[in-house]
Design a protein. Structure first.
Length: 161
């Protein structure tokens, strides 16, 4: 496979992944609520396959900012950064309950379960009750958690390996 073919293949894969992410966000009520009017792209009063095709075309056009029918790496990165910035802005607004433009450590820790995640991990992973977690206990705990999640992040996700 030539370098150009590889780049084109990777670009196509990234674009497909981006559309899948966008569709998943739409299904989980991403940036805004998904409603009938949004899905009925052509306004026909009925949602059909052409509406989904039009939605994908619109998402492609949103990324293809120079309208040349191709998405460059720079366009794709800019689009993903804009989405990430929008999500970060929304998250910050939820954390900034009083709207003063800043968030305290307490507010962040409260959102993350009171900052007790580390304590819970130590309690669960410290099998010899030493008060700390050794590398072996950590690896065993990580594998146990991976098994609970269906094998994701198991041995290949081990510390240092």
């Amino acid at each position: 496979m030539t370098n150009t073919s590889l780049k084109l293949g990777l670009t196509a894969l990234l674009i497909t992944a981006g559309f899948s992410v966008a569709e998943a966000q739409d299904r989980r009520q991403g940036p805004g609520p998904m409603d009938f009017a949004t899905l009925d792209v052509d306004g026909s009063g009925e949602i059909d396959a052409s509406d989904f095709d039009a939605g994908r075309a619109n998402r492609f056009a949103d990324i293809d900012t120079n309208n040349d029918g191709q998405i460059t790496e720079a366009e794709f990165i800019a689009h993903m950064q804009a989405q990430a910035a929008e999500r970060a802005t929304e998250m910050f607004a939820r954390l900034d309950a009083d709207g003063d433009g800043s968030v305290s450590r307490d507010a962040i820790e409260a959102r993350q379960g009171g900052g007790r995640g580390g304590e819970r991990m130590i309690q669960r992973a410290d099998t010899d009750n030493s008060g700390g977690v050794s590398a072996e206990e950590f690896d065993a705990f990580r594998e146990q958690m991976a098994d609970r999640r269906g094998g994701k992040g198991g041995k290949s996700g081990k510390r240092g390996g």
